[in-house]
Design a binder for this molecule. Structure first.
Ligand code: XIL
Length: 391
């Protein structure tokens, strides 16, 4: 290189660095150029958070969002209504529907180019009082008529706006429950706890199959899921789901997915068969998902981890859950059950436990957040789709 040329190059580099220095403050503006979970995620994986429309997204002013709303919309591209689409919220009296909270979720999602995961249509919890008062006197046909009307109305109301629906939630007994098994030693459906399964205890699978058919008729494009906790690994409960899924598919039922909630606790080991479990459901032709991830930690009275090492252990658990999902291209959504400790259900339900989400209560990202973001960034070149299994 001649001297003139070297000087010219040096001048150009100097000018460029001056531009970069001048541009630096703009680049540092949060939400503009800084990496986020949704920006790093492969294009074929939704990265979601639960949010409670009636509590967290009302009111919502797109020009003046709360800090919670701002982070939700910049970090995530999917929302699951934490409570707004459950029976007690959507049908508080027979035939009387209320979509106030659920509509707030959909509105927020649409304003921020986010997808919505519907949750849920059939569960043993959070049913309205009128259902709990009546179900013991229902015939199976009466229960089916009530459920059909509910599913048709709720799924129909959101037709075209929901990409995945949890149709059946927590329908199998806990394996540790003494009356969990039938005379043949098989894990039982919750026919004594779920009001609809109770009314159809002579043919609970028939009711489930109908529920999926009604949901499909109301919104043919939504992928219809069964969803539960303690179903991450290969175990008695997931064996029961696997057998049920095979039966439903053989019967031509529009079952489309299997969701593992992912409510983990550092006091229990991480089940490394999660990926193999997802793979066996994927081989049936189903999508899989982590639908409600959080990782509970032992906490002090201030909600802080008692053992400081648990902060990194928590990040590892989150990372292993996400990595299993990333490794199975049929895993199409990974959702955390609220992203900040200030909104988490854990402290209210699990005594002595908390710190379960990827952000502190004052919105500081934890190591768990960075683990998730780095794994998303590393998953594929750019945001390309993942490579399908077996190719
Ligand atoms: C929880 C909500 O987070 C709480 O706000 C509510 O009081 C109870 O339900 N499995 C599920 C979720 O499928 O719907 C539950 O959500 C958590 C466990």
């Amino acid at each position: 290189m001649t001297m003139q040329r070297r000087i010219a190059v040096l001048a150009a580099v100097t000018a460029l660095s001056a531009t970069l220095v001048t541009a630096a403050p703009a680049l540092a503006t949060p939400g503009m150029s800084s990496p986020t979970l949704r920006k790093e995620a492969p294009i074929d994986l939704h990265i979601g958070s639960a949010s409670w429309g009636a509590r967290d997204l009302t009111p919502y002013d797109p020009k003046n969002p709360t800090q919670y709303q701002q982070i939700l919309s910049t970090q995530f591209n999917s929302i699951t209504p934490e409570n707004d689409m459950k029976w007690d919220a959507t049908e508080p009296a027979p035939g009387v529907f209320d979509f106030t909270g659920a509509d707030a979720v959909v509105r927020f999602a649409e304003a921020n180019h986010m997808a919505v995961r519907g949750h849920n249509l059939l569960w043993h919890n959070q049913n309205p009082q009128w259902v709990m008062d009546a179900y013991k006197s229902w015939t199976c046909d009466q229960a089916k008529a009530v459920l059909k009307d509910h599913i048709t109305t709720v799924v129909g109301h959101f037709k075209g706006k929901i990409y995945q629906w949890d149709v059946a939630n927590e329908i199998f007994h806990d394996t540790w429950d003494p009356n969990a098994y039938d005379a043949n030693g098989q894990l039982r459906l919750r026919t004594d706890q779920n009001p609809f399964l109770y009314a159809c205890s002579s043919d609970p699978v028939g009711l489930l199959e109908d529920a999926f058919r009604w949901a499909h008729a109301a919104d043919p494009n939504a992928v219809l899921f069964m969803n539960d906790y303690a179903v991450e690994g290969i175990n008695t409960k997931t064996d029961a789901y696997y057998a049920l899924a095979q039966k439903m598919l053989a019967d031509g039922v529009p079952l489309g997915g299997f969701g593992a909630q992912g409510h983990l606790d550092l006091d229990y080991g991480f089940d490394n068969s999660l990926q193999a479990n997802f793979e066996r459901f994927a081989k049936l032709g189903l999508q899989v998902a982590i639908t409600e991830a959080d990782v509970r930690v032992r906490v002090d009275a201030n909600g802080q981890p008692i053992n400081p090492a648990d902060v990194q252990r928590q990040a590892d658990y989150y990372g292993r859950m996400l990595q299993a999902c990333l490794n199975v291209p049929q895993c199409t959504s990974f959702t955390v059950w609220q992203y900040t400790d200030s909104k988490s259900w854990v402290p209210g339900v699990f005594p002595g436990k908390g710190y379960a989400t990827p952000y502190t209560a004052d919105y500081t990202p934890k190591p768990a957040y960075y683990t998730l973001r780095n794994l998303l960034a590393e998953a594929t070149p750019g945001r390309s789709p993942r490579v399908p299994m077996g190719s």
